[in-house]
Design a binder for this molecule. Structure first.
Ligand code: ZN
Ligand code: ZN
Length: 136
């Protein structure tokens, strides 16, 4: 079990299962969402295992035409996850939102073709996928 929150602490949540995988996404959406050119690190976990403890009213969600809905805190803008907690699917938790060790380490980089040339990826030995990662 690990807890997490947004930057200001209004939104608090708990994850009660092991992450199935974790990795960096370098897509342009993640770049604009984070404001960071290097990949955003998320961990995948069963949506049923994500419980909102506080601040449900402050969660705002952007629902693009395709891809997971992206949720963040209305007060501070801090990212919390993509996906629908409690839906029976999978939620991608922003690992930087966690209070402790997620118990998993990054395993891949995806959408590396979208990563800017002026900020090279670190040579960390992880598999790199030009587009979406292959399922592992
Ligand atoms: Zn917040
Ligand atoms: Zn992305």
């Amino acid at each position: 079990m690990v807890t997490g929150s947004c930057m200001c602490g209004t939104v608090r949540f708990r994850v009660d299962a092991d992450f199935s995988t974790a990795g960096y996404c370098h897509c342009t959406r993640c770049q604009h969402r984070t404001g960071v050119p290097l990949g955003a690190l998320s961990g995948m976990v069963a949506a049923d295992a994500v419980e909102i403890l506080e601040g449900a009213d402050s969660i705002r969600t952007w629902r693009p035409d395709e891809g997971f809905p992206k949720s963040f805190c209305a007060s501070c803008g801090g990212h919390v996850w993509a996906g629908e907690p409690g839906s029976g699917g999978v939620v991608a938790i922003r690992l930087g939102a966690l209070d402790g060790d997620p118990g998993i380490r990054p395993r891949w980089h995806q959408w590396v073709d979208a990563s800017p040339d002026w900020e090279p990826l670190p040579d960390d030995g992880l598999p790199r996928y030009p587009g979406p990662r292959e399922q592992d």
